[in-house]
Design a protein around this ligand. Structure first.
Ligand code: CMP
Length: 156
């Protein structure tokens, strides 16, 4: 899957504010296939494990608390050069520095409450995808499973 896939998370603030379906639409309209997606709430241990590269940083505990504070969406995105393409569409980590038209410019509130996550390399993309999804879920998807109706239904 290397090169064509990345992991997207829609973070608790964006889900809580009702932006998830608009973010999925932006992703879809920018030429990504949504190969698999699920809504879930991370446990403290899972959030610590997912963000383990940041363990020990001053913002780590706050990041874990925030990421476990409510439901998130995890999704496998497919496009040529997916990691870079999704990072470009996301915008800078700090929304104050995010370019016009990016997801974070529109929906992020702060560096911590920055609406979305994206893998930062092909290697991390594979690890992060398999953190959230089993191989069967991805293989069985087999193509675009863009299901706005289901997403909207789950938001009710
Ligand atoms: P994300 O792309 O999910 O990867 C790591 C996250 O840590 C990042 O988005 C931010 O939400 C958070 N983060 C990074 N730097 C800081 C910071 N200086 N203060 C608070 N949170 C941060």
């Amino acid at each position: 899957m290397t090169g064509k896939h990345t992991l997207m998370l829609i973070k608790p603030n964006a889900v809580k504010n009702g932006y998830a379906h608009e973010i999925f639409l932006m992703v879809h309209n920018n030429g990504f296939k949504i190969l698999a997606q699920k809504k879930l709430q991370l446990s403290e241990r899972e959030a610590q494990a997912f963000y383990r590269v940041h363990a020990g940083k001053p913002f780590f505990q706050g990041l874990v608390e925030f990421m476990t504070s409510g439901p998130i969406y995890a999704a496998v995105l497919e496009k040529e050069n997916a990691v870079t393409e999704w990072r470009t569409l996301m915008g800078a980590t700090d929304p104050a520095k995010a370019a016009e038209g990016t997801v974070r410019k529109k929906y992020a509130e702060s560096v911590q409450h920055n609406a979305v996550h994206g893998s930062d390399s092909d290697e991390n993309a594979l690890n992060e995808i398999f953190f959230f999804f089993s191989a069967r879920e991805i293989v069985n998807a087999g193509g675009d499973i863009y299901q706005l109706h289901d997403i909207l239904k789950n938001e009710q």
